[in-house]
Structures are given as C-alpha cells and as structure tokens.
Ligand binder design. Structure first.
Ligand SMILES: Nc1ncnc2c1ncn2[C@@H]1O[C@H](COP(=O)(O)OP(=O)(O)OP(=O)(O)O)[C@@H](O)[C@H]1O
Length: 438
C-alpha cells in the first residue's frame, strides 16, 4: 500500500459499515474490521486480491473509467463461498499525491435470524424504556410501523428488535436502503425481474419482497423514495401482490413491512414530495426514537457497552476516566449513538494504558446547520468547520474531522500533528490543502 495513502487506516475503522478501498489496477487495498466481521474473512487474505472474480467490466472498473459514483444492490461472496447481497455505494477517492482510488461502503441487505444483533439495545432512561415498550407492542401486531428519528438514533436496531420479537422472527430481515434506488432501480430491486426484461437483465432475479417472504422488509430512509416510485410501492402494500419486471405471473409474499426516516414525512406530504395515501398506509403505528441529547442518562451505559465491544476486538480492558465521561455527557451528540460509538472507537485507539482521558476524545463534525445548532457543552473544543463538505466523500469528511481535531489538540503545530499521524510534514501540508483545512 503506498505510504501516503492510508496512514489514516484507523479512519476506515470509524466507518461503521463494511468499507473497502480498491486501487486503479482493480485490486483490494484495504478493508475495515466491520468488513471482516460481515464476511467472516480476515483482511490479510483479501488485501491484494482482484476486486471481482467475474469476467468483463465490473462496477469498479466502470468508476475508474467514468469517475461517476454509483450505488445499488450487488452480490458478494463471504466465507465458504456463501453469497451475500449488499447495498453498495462507490466513490472516487484521491490521495495526497492525486492518485485515484475507489472507496466502497457496503451494508448487508439481509440478515438471517442468527446474524441479527443479539446484543440488543442498551438504555435505561425513561424515554428509552417507553420506546422499548412501544417496540414490543409493535412486534405483537401486524400493522405497518414507521420509525422516526434523527440519524444515528438506532432506527435500524429498533427495526431489528421488532423483527426479532415478532412472529416473522424465523424469516429473514431484509434491508432496503431507499437512498440507493433511483427511478431505474426501484422496481427491479423491490419486485425482481425476468431474464431479458431490460438491457443487462442476463438472468431472472428475485426482488426484495420475495427475499423477505415470511420475514420482515425494512424500508430504510423511506422519505428518499422518488415520488415516481411511491405509487408502485403503495399498490404492492395494498394488494400484497406484485409482478417481476418483464414477468406475467402475479406473485404474493407474506412480508412484515417496517419503515424509517429522519425526515418529517408530514411536511413532505404538504410540499407534494410524498404521497399522502402512502404516508397514511405506512404510518399506522409511528414510533419516535428520542435523540441522545434527550436521554443523556443512557450515556454511561452505552459507553460501557461500546468499550466492552472495542476492548474485545483489541484484546484489552478499556475504561474511561471520570473527566472523560463528563466530557462525553456535556457534548450535544448531533450524530446520536452512532457518533458516540465512532468517538469511542477513535478514543480507544488513541488512549494509552486502556483508560480514555478527555484528550483522547474528539468530536466528529456533522454537516449542516442542525449539527451547528445542536452541538453544545464543548466550549473547550471549538467545532471544525468543513469547507466544501458537500463535495467530500464520507471518508474525506472523516479524515478532515480527524485532522481538524488534531489541529485543535496541538493548536495548529504541524510538527506534532504530523508526528501523531505518523506522516511527513510535507504530506500533512498537501492533505491540509486538499481538504481545505489551511
Ligand atoms: N440503544 C442502543 N444500544 C446500543 N447500540 C445502539 C443503540 N442504538 C443505536 N445503537 C448503535 O448505534 C449505531 C447507529 O444505529 P442505527 O444504524 O440503528 O441508527 P439509524 O437511526 O438507523 O441511523 P441512520 O438514520 O443514519 O440510518 C449502530 O451501530 C447501532 O448498533
């Protein structure tokens, strides 16, 4: 791996989903722990391998030709050639020397009952206990459930909880990430297609409804579904029937549908961006998931929970100092539990002797005004402003946040920052320019 590229490999580790970096000669350069865990494959056996086994032009090669980010559902092999379907997003990445790489974020599209988090949801605050009661009620009925909450509050975990406690628990938990469905993908991904239905449909394929038969279909980020596709979903939900694209047979699947969004769907209905009939159909049982800033009593419990997880991975007992915990409790957590988890992941890598101190705690900056107005209680740690954040890939945003936190820690002293990152000052200088952090 070129020295200048992934000195910041630990950044990959703050990416919660499986993440892979591919070189322009179409070989795997790096994967993170989440990738190893999802596929049951050690990184040593994957790094240096060709990105795809298949013949012909693959999605990675296409990105290097067009430089266009892509998203969609793809198949990959886990341990023992076990096939897995993935929600995938690929982006071009540039290193400090202008070399081009491909970063691919991958999340498992369906989980068998034994792959679903058994660790469960942690919390004991009043609002958490009310939430858990509502989720238990939701599990006991068949009505559609709409999970509402800010990013990172635990909507997916809550959906898994409902599935695990419902009569569909023995079936699969299929996750449909609506942000990856453009107008062209939605119908064939949800309902499947027959061979030859469109260019590229070389064989017939089951859709997510069929895969979720007798299980649960979780439509994540339902607010992102294009209006043009909403009527098709409504029809399938109302009739319980659908047809594969290019097919003539009407199919039926016994599926429990759960949805989630961080958007205000009622507002979207008023603005004509979400169909009213679909809104009423989906939100029979709406459940609000409270943000972490409104249930700070849960922070110590969550901290113990995550430190136990990271400690097991590192083979080290991890704890946090009283001052460290106070710093966490004072923060506003715009990114909610996901932000807390990432923050502790980084801190557990930076701390010496297994005890996290305030200096090891760096708050990631979220993008947008919401984060600006929500972040509170961290007066000693001024926020890092990411110029041009909307033009950055998620990895670049992490990288910029991480370097920004070091700039604050060392008051801009480049020698110390470069030393902590284990890179030369020259490379640091190029990174600062590229990320607009000068
Ligand atoms: N109560 C909880 N106990 C333990 N871990 C939690 C809890 N809630 C959330 N998490 C963890 O926080 C992370 C974010 O949760 P999740 O992905 O479910 O959030 P989300 O609301 O679906 O996020 P997004 O809106 O971005 O999709 C996950 O790693 C999840 O396991």
């Amino acid at each position: 791996m070129p020295q200048s590229v992934f000195k910041l490999e630990s950044l990959l580790e703050t990416h919660e989903q499986p993440f892979m970096v591919i070189s322009a000669d179409l070989h795997v350069l790096a994967v993170n722990q989440a990738w190893e865990a999802a596929f049951g494959i050690a990184r040593e056996t994957q790094i240096g391998k060709p990105c795809c086994e298949q013949q012909g032009v693959c999605r990675h090669q296409r990105l290097f030709q067009t430089l266009e980010p892509y998203s969609g559902i793809f198949e990959a092999e886990g341990r023992g050639k076990d096939k897995k379907l993935l929600n995938v997003r690929g982006y071009p990445l540039l290193d400090a020397d202008g070399r081009l790489y491909l970063g691919e974020s991958q999340s498992l599209l369906h989980k068998k009952s034994d792959e679903i988090h058994q660790a469960g949801m942690v919390g004991k605050s009043e609002s958490f206990l009310i939430l858990k009661t509502k989720l238990q009620q939701a599990a006991g009925i068949q009505a559609p459930v709409l999970l509402l909450g800010e990013t990172g509050t635990g909507k997916e975990l809550a959906a898994e909880f409902v599935h695990r406690h419902s009569q569909h628990a023995q079936g699969e938990f299929v996750i449909a990430d609506c942000t990856v469905f453009g107008d062209d993908l939605f119908e064939s991904e949800l309902f499947g297609h027959e061979k030859g239905a469109f260019t590229g449909a070389a064989s017939s394929k089951k859709g997510l409804f069929e895969l979720a038969d007798n299980g649960t279909l979780f439509l994540d980020e339902i607010g992102e579904l294009p209006v043009s596709q909403q009527a098709k979903l409504l029809r399938a939900l109302e009739s319980g029937q659908f047809r594969r694209v290019g097919g003539t047979t009407t199919l039926r699947a016994n599926v429990r549908v759960l949805c989630a969004t961080h958007r205000n769907l009622a507002d979207m209905v008023r603005q004509g961006r979400f169909r009213e009939d679909l809104f009423y159909r989906l939100s029979v049982f709406p459940i609000d998931i409270p943000p972490l800033r409104d249930r700070k009593q849960d922070i110590p419990l969550l901290v113990d929970h995550f430190l136990k997880q990271f400690g097991q991975l590192k083979g080290q007992h991890l704890t946090i100092s009283r001052e460290g915990l106070i710093k966490l409790i004072q923060h506003g957590w715009p990114g909610n539990i996901r932000e807390l988890k990432n923050c502790l992941h980084l801190a557990s890598g930076l701390c010496g002797g297994g005890i996290i101190q305030p200096a090891d705690i760096h708050f990631m900056r979220m993008i947008g005004e919401q984060a600006e107005s929500l972040a509170s209680g961290s007066a000693d740690v001024p926020p890092v402003h990411l110029e041009n954040a909307e033009n950055m890939t998620p990895l670049e945003q992490y990288e910029a946040s991480f370097i920004g936190s070091l700039i604050r820690k060392y008051q801009g002293n480049r020698k110390l920052i470069a030393a902590e990152m284990n890179i030369s000052e020259r490379t640091l200088y190029r990174k600062l320019n590229r990320l607009n952090l000068n």
